[in-house]
Design a protein around this ligand. Structure first.
Ligand SMILES: [Ca+2]
Length: 346
């Protein structure tokens, strides 16, 4: 190889290093409240997320700039990523009649860093969800990711419907609060990980699994004060309700003050109470900073601080704070339970 050829090869190698995202994830398309719904959303941002979704190819990333987007999204294209600019600043607000984000008949999908609110709430269960992930018939679940979102003011936070097996789902670092019915409903999906979420003040049940859900991990969550908004005469718990006991892994959660009890097994014929055998479970007031005003961060004396497991813990919290922090100043940084990591005091 001549020196000139070698330099060229080096130059192309560096060019490759500079553009790995495009090679791995398709194109990045942009949406902004001052955009226009025309073209391809690549150079000039579009106005609506739905237009960008309809324009995208499978594997694309749709980057949404701060603002409020009054939309009910229907996504039937595989392997898209909806990327907000931060949950507190990037809001998808539904019309209060239906799901806000419906992902239907596709395998893989990622949504992160949005507030999603105003799904339909009226009418009988099941109502509508902030985010419904529904593989429908003919498409096994691939990899679903719901990460670092705020899901408030809906019927359900996250609804995983129509299990067909296969694939995984990760629901991580979300605040799921003040929804009328359930925080998370899982209709029989296996291989679901529910980690470091704050699931509180939902009207009916915090996390609910239907019979058949197995090999699921529920850890490092705060599940508190669910079940006070909706009457349930057969419920023996409104905190965490699992399918088959012994095939799911419940550990390092703070499950506290749920209206009808904290844990139950759903047998299909009814609920029976049980106590999870996993380590690290506590039931104590998580001491949110100011929940009535939407601040579900942890007060200095919260028992959820440094009480999770660092194993497989996410590297950041909902707000982007690095995990783990040494929140109790004992010299050992340990991840907090819930969606918010309290910063160490130096
Ligand atoms: Ca900590």
């Amino acid at each position: 190889m001549t020196r000139k050829t070698s330099l060229l090869v080096t130059a192309f190698a560096f060019a490759g290093l500079l553009t790995p995202a495009r090679a791995n994830h398709g194109l990045t398309r942009f949406v902004s409240t001052d955009g226009i719904d025309s073209g391809d959303c690549l150079t000039n941002p579009c106005r609506t997320i739905q237009f960008a979704v309809d324009t995208a190819n499978p594997g694309d990333v749709i980057w949404v700039r701060p603002g409020t987007y009054n939309e009910n999204l229907m996504i039937t294209k595989p392997n898209l990523t909806l990327q907000g600019s931060g949950a507190s600043s990037t809001i998808i607000s539904g019309d209060r009649t239906a799901n806000v984000v419906t992902v239907f008949g596709v395998t893989s999908f990622t949504i992160e860093r949005f507030t999603v609110r105003n799904a339909g709430k009226s009418g009988a269960i099941p109502g509508s969800a902030a985010i419904e992930l529904n593989p429908n018939s003919g498409s096994a679940m691939g990899n679903w990711v719901v990460r670092r979102n705020i899901l408030v003011g809906n019927g359900f936070g996250v609804a995983l419907l129509n299990s067909l097996g296969g694939g995984t789902a990760l629901i991580q670092n979300n605040l799921i609060a003040n929804n009328d019915f359930m925080g998370i409903i899982n209709i029989g999906h296996p291989h679901v990980t529910v980690r470091n979420n704050t699931i509180a003040d939902n009207g009916f049940i915090g996390y609910y699994e239907f019979v058949g859900a197995a090999n699921n991990i529920v850890e490092n969550n705060v599940v508190a004060r669910n079940g006070f908004g909706f009457p349930c005469t057969v419920c023996t718990a409104t905190g965490i309700v699992v399918g088959p006991v012994g095939l799911n892994f419940i550990s390092f959660n703070d499950v506290f003050d749920n209206a009808k009890g904290n844990y139950a097994q759903n047998t299909g014929a009814g609920f029976i109470p049980y106590t999870p055998s996993g380590p690290g479970e506590i039931s104590a007031d998580p001491k949110f900073r100011n929940a009535p005003y939407g601040d579900y961060g942890l007060s200095l004396d919260s028992p959820a601080i440094d009480a999770g497991t660092n194993t497989d813990a996410p590297p950041r919290d909902l707000d982007g704070v690095a995990r783990p922090q040494d929140g109790n100043s004992d010299g050992v940084p340990v991840v907090d339970m819930g969606a918010f990591e309290r910063r160490a005091v130096n």
